[in-house]
Design a protein around this ligand. Structure first.
Ligand SMILES: [Zn+2]
Ligand SMILES: [Zn+2]
Length: 553
């Protein structure tokens, strides 16, 4: 094939670098682009009130007509959660495995964006051509069925994206990574490898999912009372292990929670879950059985505030009240940042008399990402010319780049880049040549906001210091005894701080009586009140509240 000496590949990430989640990568060749994944992230606890982190779509808007296809590695939210936002700008077809296709369909229906695009199922090693790209997916092991890595062959060479992966020699669904096909696919040479860095800091190998099978069986069979297990709604392997344990112990299992029920129905229908002995039953029938026969599966393994697990821990769930003898199993490990909420729930459940089993005390969970030895295996299999660590905080990317260098990939061929960097690969070189917008955006109610939005910092101020609202009638301004209405939120405790609150009211009155004069305009009075009240309250309470003054006529 004749290659235009000026042609180049562009690799751009709009999320997933220097952060966990929001994974999204673009591969461009000449005029055309492919997108790999479009995920969301869970916002850190200090971003008060925001719901989801989403990728910045400014660059997508600019090249929307050049996007030829969307390739999805697997169905986790940090890889598909952003699709409804992406489909506002493109109707390029979406390619994924069968199970991922099921999850995407559910999501797009929920957002009403299913009609905007075509969804195509692709089998491992099936070849598809999109403009000058030739694409093949390959199956990998992960914590969700049908996870895939992707190879994109271009006239300049092959780009490989591993997606999230681990190497499991005894996966519970029996689907091993097909190393033979993979190595023959890679044998023509890999130009660039983009590989999962989530656990690049961890030495050794990630344990196999099948290690959890026995532990879960033992915990379920030894339970004298009810068992309530929380895991991710998409953790189908774990759900299968629970169904199997119920089958062996002659117990019944009910699914509590809407999202998990939807996923399980879909997985049963597509054959990714097997319930040959009809162990699954509805919650009403389950609760009529003797406690020893009852197993429940639910979400909330991350301590999410509205989840069933948190409701049970807070004693606010309408149906499930903790009994002596109940056993709770957290079959997951908290995503960094979620630990405080999770351990709080564990403590609350213990206090109510339940037994709680979690990863630190029993092997009820294994990780879904590769550790160092598996990452090395992937690098030695691909033998890439260029290496780009992806998916992870900056330190994970650095750790992964060091592994690649140890394995002989030259320093200058390893790229620890950031979201927005445009990495250009030509027949002779690779370098970051440009930058596109890739801001930290968050979905806040129904609005999209920048992390720098003053609303976010306002909320922090409000939550830390509270608010005082002062209402004055303008007719009162010149009076010697002006009438003032003062209310506050999050500042004065109505039972213990009554006096301080009254003193603040008196202070405002004195201030008005002393400063009132026909010469001073209302804005000046307002400004003065805000500053003086803030400083008065700060002296007596140590807090700097937001002060709002309204003068009405
Ligand atoms: Zn994943
Ligand atoms: Zn992921």
């Amino acid at each position: 094939m004749n290659i235009n000496p000026k042609s180049k590949i562009k690799i751009v990430h709009l999320g997933g670098l220097g952060e966990i989640g929001r994974n999204m990568m673009l591969v461009g060749y000449e005029e055309d682009y492919l997108i790999i994944d479009c995920g969301i992230s869970f916002p850190p606890a200090d971003l008060l009130g925001v719901d989801l982190g989403i990728p910045d779509m400014s660059f997508i808007k600019k090249i929307s007509h050049q996007i030829k296809g969307i390739l999805i590695t697997h169905g986790h939210e940090d890889h598909i959660g952003g699709l409804p936002f992406l489909l506002e700008h493109t109707n390029a077809p979406i390619f994924s495995s069968k199970f991922t296709h099921g999850l995407i369909s559910v999501k797009l229906k929920e957002f009403g964006s299913i009609a905007k695009t075509t969804l195509k199922i692709i089998e491992p090693f099936e070849k598809i051509s999109i403009s000058k790209f030739s694409i093949q997916f390959f199956n990998v092991c992960h914590s969700i069925p049908d996870a895939m890595g992707i190879t994109i062959d271009t006239p300049l060479g092959m780009i490989v994206h591993t997606g999230d992966f681990k190497i499991d020699h005894t996966p519970t669904d029996g689907k091993l990574i097909d190393f033979q096909s993979l190595s023959s696919l890679f044998s023509k040479g890999v130009l660039a490898l983009c590989s999962d860095s989530t656990y690049a800091e961890l030495k050794g190998f990630t344990p196999s999912e099948s290690q959890v099978t026995n532990t879960l069986y033992e915990e379920i069979s030894s339970a004298k009372g009810r068992v309530i297990i929380s895991t991710f709604a998409s953790q189908i392997y774990r759900i299968q292990q629970i169904i199997d344990a119920c089958k062996r112990t002659d117990k019944k299992v009910a699914v509590v929670g809407r999202k998990m029920s939807t996923n399980i129905k879909m997985a049963l229908k597509l054959g990714y879950l097997n319930d040959s002995k009809n162990c699954i039953t509805d919650i009403n029938s389950l609760l009529k059985l003797p406690d020893q026969k009852c197993v429940m599966i639910t979400t909330g393994s991350q301590g999410e505030p509205t989840s069933v697990m948190t409701q049970i821990a807070n004693e606010t769930h309408p149906r499930i009240i903790v009994k002596n003898g109940d056993k709770f199993i957290f079959s997951s490990s908290p995503i960094p940042g979620n630990e405080p909420q999770v351990v709080k729930n564990i403590d609350k459940l213990f206090k109510q008399g339940a037994d709680v089993i979690y990863n630190k005390i029993s092997k009820v969970h294994v990780r879904g990402h590769a550790s160092q030895e598996e990452l090395k295996l992937m690098i030695s299999l691909a033998k890439p010319q260029y290496f780009i660590p992806v998916h992870g905080e900056h330190r994970h990317l650095v750790a992964h780049s060091k592994i690649a260098q140890e394995m002989g990939i030259p320093n200058q061929n390893t790229f620890v880049i950031k979201n927005g960097d445009v990495l250009e690969i030509t027949p002779h070189s690779a370098e970051v040549t440009d930058e596109v917008p890739a801001e930290n955006l968050y979905f806040d109610g129904k609005a999209i906001r920048n992390v720098k939005s003053h609303l976010i910092s306002d909320r922090k101020e409000l939550s830390r210091h509270g608010i005082i609202y002062i209402s004055i009638n303008s007719l009162n301004i010149n009076s010697s005894n002006p009438s003032v209405t003062l209310s506050s939120y999050g500042l004065f405790d109505e039972f213990t701080d009554y006096e301080i609150s009254e003193n603040t009211g008196n202070f405002v009155q004195t201030l008005l009586a002393n400063s009132s004069s026909k010469d001073i305009d209302l804005d000046t009075i307002k400004r003065k009140l805000v500053t003086e009240v803030k400083s008065f309250v700060s002296k007596v309470t140590g807090k700097k509240p937001v002060v709002i003054v309204e003068i009405h006529h």
